[in-house]
Design a protein around this ligand. Sequence first.
Ligand SMILES: *[C@@H]1O[C@H](CO)[C@@H](O)[C@H](O)[C@H]1NC(C)=O
Ligand SMILES: *[C@@H]1O[C@H](CO)[C@@H](O)[C@H](O)[C@H]1NC(C)=O
Ligand SMILES: *[C@@H]1O[C@H](CO)[C@@H](O)[C@H](O)[C@H]1NC(C)=O
Length: 493
Amino acid sequence: MKLSIQIASLAALFSAAIVNAATAPSYNSALSSWVNTKTIAAQTRLLANISPAGASAGAVAAATSTSNPNYWFHWTRDAGITLHEVSIWLNSTTDSATTDAYKQKLNDYSTFSRQLQTTSSTYGIGTAKYYMNGAPFTGAWCMPQRDSPAMRAVSLIGYARYLLSKGEDVSVYYDRKLPTTSIIKTDLEYVASNWNADNNNCDIWEEVRGNHFYTRMIQRRALIEGAQLASQLNDPGAAVYYNLQAGYISGNMTEFWSSTNNYIQTTIDYSGGLDYKASNLDSQVFLAALHSGLDDGFYTVESDQMLSTIVAIINAFQPLYGINSMNSAIVNSVSMPISVALGRYPEDKYTGYNSNGPGNPWSLITSGMAEYHYRLIETWSKDGSISVTSALSSFLDQLNSKYKIIFTNSYAVGTTYFSGSATYAEILSNLMLAGDMYMACVAFHTDSNGQMYEEWNLNTGYGQGAVNLTWSYGAHTAAARHRAAASKIVYGN
Ligand SMILES: *[C@@H]1O[C@H](CO)[C@@H](O)[C@H](O)[C@H]1NC(C)=O
Ligand SMILES: *[C@@H]1O[C@H](CO)[C@@H](O)[C@H](O)[C@H]1NC(C)=O
Ligand SMILES: *[C@@H]1O[C@H](CO)[C@@H](O)[C@H](O)[C@H]1NC(C)=O
């Protein structure tokens, strides 16, 4: 008797807890099954590109493609993004063999990174591209790229924090008394003293010289997290200096906003390089929210400026690619709605092989947009409320007008909707539908064996450009991780 009462009240509790869970669309399990199998494939392929045969241990191939195009190089930024991803996997694994395998990759990458820092080259710490044996690239190239050491620092700070949490020694990474041999400190000192050195710095696509939103945001993250590490490791003077510079970067970010265009411009203080990027609108701006977001509201996914930039990006890319006329596709034998595919910037002429145009949509950028939507869900779930600004209202309007996602509950500018209300629940579940449309777009254009490229041909949708692009795999695994978190919030599983 008592037992059945307990069961009955448990059942009541359980149904109370799931009363707000949305019903997943019928294609959800087909998409989930694609995501899950391809995540395992992407992890394997990403790991295969770290310390591949024929390269120094710790070198990260940007892609396995060695000709047309040749991406068989270690790019500091791409490697940093990749190993940051591995350190996140490391944090959540409990299996000891997997832990050891990830640590081996991170340790080799650390040793290799130290070798690069101490090899003399024209651009020093700002060198963006190395041969797979660690020699600096000697051909003509757009350098320095000052996001690169910042991204390397972010990746190693994440790993150093893991090691500290296990009580391990991190002096090769950061030691106040060994400033010239500490890998992280070497990069932080460079970033802190060079972030505003000149306007000759190349952007992450290695084409334009000036000062770039993405670069500044990664530098800011590196300095803020670097200051936290410095404090933890008893280096208070450095912590003050890194925080001071991070504060200056923050204070100088407002220049990127264009109120005329209503979006964040990718480059200011232009000084050379590619000269036909007239819109100054670029997907690297929203990648910055994914790679540098610190949950502090500073140009994070839910910020008004970011949301307005997303609206502009989707409007700009939709008409550019033939494949964007599709609005549904078959994934795992099931038809589902798909989003538009997204590229780097509207004026792009890089085909994956040469710059004779037209430019194509990119896998990592479309995965990134899926992640963006999942992160909005995570953010607002944590907040427990959504304040509808006019930027958010335009963003939600676009989901309806471009993707036919229906809102039965109206959302009003100036109103805050709290967890438990129908409007709040519907905004989150509609964001899930939208994120999944980007995920489904990636699924449809990815080879059935999981092999990813840099790009998809704008008209056929087939893989084009560098095959096995490491960053495409990392962007997929990151999107899949955030999808799982968002799905728990929206569907309860
Ligand atoms: C892609 O990488 C995998 C290893 O992850 C390799 O087996 C395959 O041959 C590569 N594909 C091409 C076309 O190079
Ligand atoms: C890994 O976990 C540590 C300890 O909890 C944390 O400080 C660090 O930020 C985490 N790293 C990443 C990359 O999330
Ligand atoms: C912008 O950066 C400079 C240092 O380069 C700093 O002196 C200035 O205070 C910063 N501006 C703001 C508004 O923080």
